[in-house]
Ligand binder design. Structure first.
Ligand SMILES: Cc1ncc(C[n+]2csc(CCOP(=O)(O)OP(=O)(O)O)c2C)c(N)n1
Ligand SMILES: [Mg+2]
Length: 363
């Protein structure tokens, strides 16, 4: 085994690493994205146009909200750390477009995209980031703890892996109550390193629960690449050994994510099969936490990011809709965002007494 300086960059926390030719080959494959094909959704031309408009609105809205968050962040008006989904929006958007309003989702601290894609209130989200009383968690949760139960966003958490068993428990309750709704559990590739992930999928599969697991695989847990944490790049194969139906979706492809999740959701609702897991390959463009780029840290390179940026799903969908629709969507979204930041600015901070409310469940 040969020590190589190159790998030191990937593992700044360990300061020593080992050359792995097989891994290098896998990384090379990862970096060269195959061309995506526009998937053959079985829809009429009109239905397709409605779908593309809807997906574009959602993708563009999330991108612009997060760009505004990044722009405002240095002013210190935003009172919590931020983990941006810029580059990863397609996963939340594709999945949530396939869900019904009464379906529920559980997410992670990188939760802005999920919250917005599932229909979370934008005013309350920005107010939450500002730490204001009008926020979705009354200013006590910040960016990492978004919640909007009315729209099926049951919670997001800073603790890696923690909402996976919460989601499974909710799905168990739905099955008991013979409800038709389904649960979607979102987590990162880093969460699949946790024991609770395996316990949860085992139990969910055993009990045939109405749940879809979505792994947003951006290949990094903070600065640790997947290859430094897992001996094989075979999540889908591993979870299949529990009896779970699982597939990888390459290229951040929003249409394919939408199609695959729609089909899985239909099968669960028809009690034909389930649960399912989709490993959605995606890429984080900004730093792990904060508003900036981080290629200067050298744990990853700009050239690695480039194919993902070229394959931007916001631009892809923009090109699939008529320019007039696009302009209208963009101007409506911009005005909605302006109003949300004004709402947050105008709102008050919570009173000190708020520290004692909603902390414990009261009967
Ligand atoms: C239980 C737990 N362990 C460790 C951490 C520290 N931590 C915060 S984010 C993170 C990486 C998680 O990576 P991933 O699940 O891939 O999500 P991503 O940030 O890539 O979206 C870690 C290890 C934590 N918050 N919780
Ligand atoms: Mg990750």
């Amino acid at each position: 085994m040969k020590l190589e300086i190159k790998w030191l960059h990937y593992m700044p926390h360990l300061c020593i690493s080992i050359s792995r030719p097989a891994q290098a080959k896998r990384d090379a494959t990862f970096m060269t994205l195959p061309k995506f094909a526009i998937t053959a959704t079985q829809l009429t031309t009109h239905e397709k146009s409605v779908l593309y408009n809807r997906l574009y609105r959602s993708l563009f809205r999330i991108r612009r909200v997060e760009e505004e968050i990044a722009r405002i962040y240095p002013t210190d008006k935003i009172k919590s750390p931020i983990h941006l989904s810029i580059g990863q929006e397609a996963v939340s958007v594709g999945v949530c477009a396939a869900l019904n309003p009464d379906d529920v989702v559980f997410g992670t601290y990188r939760g802005h995209a999920l919250y917005l894609a599932k229909g979370g209130d934008l005013n309350q989200m920005i107010a939450e980031l500002y730490g204001k009383i009008t926020g979705c968690a009354k200013g006590k949760g910040g960016s990492m703890h978004l919640v909007d139960v009315r729209h099926g966003i049951m919670g997001t958490s800073a603790v890696v892996g923690t909402t996976i068993p919460n989601a499974v428990g909710y799905a168990y309750a739905l099955k008991y109550q013979r409800k038709d709704a389904i649960v979607v559990s979102f987590f990162g590739d880093g969460a699949t390193d946790e024991g609770v992930f395996h316990e949860s999928i085992n139990f969910a599969t055993l009990k045939k629960l109405p749940i879809i697991f979505i792994c947003e695989n951006n290949r990094y847990a903070i600065h640790s690449p997947q290859w430094a944490r897992q001996p094989l790049d075979n999540l889908v194969e591993r979870v299949r050994t529990y009896g779970l139906s699982a597939a990888r979706i390459e290229d951040n492809d929003v249409l394919e994510i939408y199609e695959r999740v729609s089909t899985a959701a239909k099968a669960i609702r028809a009690k034909q099969s389930g649960p399912f897991l989709f490993e959605c390959m995606t890429y984080r463009w900004r730093e792990h936490v904060g508003p900036n780029e981080d290629f200067y840290l050298s744990y990853r390179s700009r050239s690695e990011a480039e194919p993902w940026i070229q394959n931007d799903q916001v631009q892809r969908l923009a090109a699939l809709i008529p320019p007039r629709d696009r302009q209208q969507i963009e101007s409506e979204v911009e005005s909605e965002i302006r109003q949300a930041f004004e709402f947050a600015e105008a709102s008050s901070f919570p009173a000190a007494s708020e520290l004692y409310t909603d902390v414990f469940k009261e009967e």
